[in-house]
Design a protein around this ligand. Structure first.
Ligand code: 5RP
Length: 221
């Protein structure tokens, strides 16, 4: 196989994810450049998808432009599969997410899905999470206190120049070596003012479709 660019790998894994969409089930749709490629290929299986639930305004716009029905999560009883990218994924299927700033809605939609399929290019697979700065969405007035608590854990923290779909802010915490993703997720989520930490460990992925130089590799939990 010729050497593929990162974008070509993303398109390849996004296409492989179409096989996980069962006919008649509401589809949960994540956010990001890999998911954009998924959305662009969804018309191929339009007949299987009665409606979607989206994790961001960005994905909603893209889905609606292609004629897909996007429902409010409160109008839906169950989601068959949730498909989303990741900034990092470890061997236990825990992830860092939120590079695109949609972590809170992503975590909510993922929690409602029977299955989480992660689509990622090979650069996202790591042994230990933390090389990618950990996003933490906060209520704006809590940015300072949460920043200090992250710094006390050893992180270098930056306030992202970005307002989330929820009207909140994001702190990006670099330099954490995350050996216990579930434990750290629980700790940070418990701090007052934290809306969501971008660690997806309690509800990690069930399937990883990884775009590699040798094609799509499938890993199942
Ligand atoms: C958005 C996310 C994305 O899934 C993550 O940032 C990966 O994005 P991309 O597919 O563009 O590499 O968590 O909040």
């Amino acid at each position: 196989m010729p050497t593929l660019t990162q974008n070509e790998l993303k398109r390849l894994v996004a296409h492989a994810a179409l096989d996980y969409v069962a006919p008649g089930e509401v589809l949960g749709v994540g956010t990001g450049s890999t998911v954009d490629m998924l959305i662009d290929q969804l018309p191929e299986i339009r007949d299987r998808i009665p409606a979607c639930v989206s994790s961001s305004e960005r994905s909603t716009k893209r889905l609606e432009a292609l004629g897909f029905k996007v429902l409010d999560l409160n109008a839906v009883d169950s989601i068959g599969v949730y498909i989303d990218g990741a900034d990092e994924i470890d061997p236990g299927f825990s992830m860092i997410k939120g590079g695109g700033g949609a972590l809170t809605r992503e975590k909510i939609v993922a929690s409602a899905a029977k299955k989480f399929v992660c689509i990622a290019d090979a650069s996202k697979k790591v042994d230990v999470l933390g090389r990618f700065p950990l996003p933490v969405e906060v209520i704006p007035m809590a940015a300072g206190v949460v920043r200090r608590r992250l710094e006390a854990l050893g992180a270098q923290v930056k306030l992202r120049d970005f307002v989330t779909d929820n009207g909140c802010r994001i702190l990006d915490a670099a330099g954490l070596r995350i050996n216990d993703p579930k434990g750290l997720e629980a700790v940070i989520n418990a701090w007052p003012g934290v809306v969501t930490v971008g660690l997806f460990a309690e509800r990690g992925a069930d399937v990883l479709l990884l775009g590699t130089a040798d094609g799509v590799k499938t890993f199942t939990r």
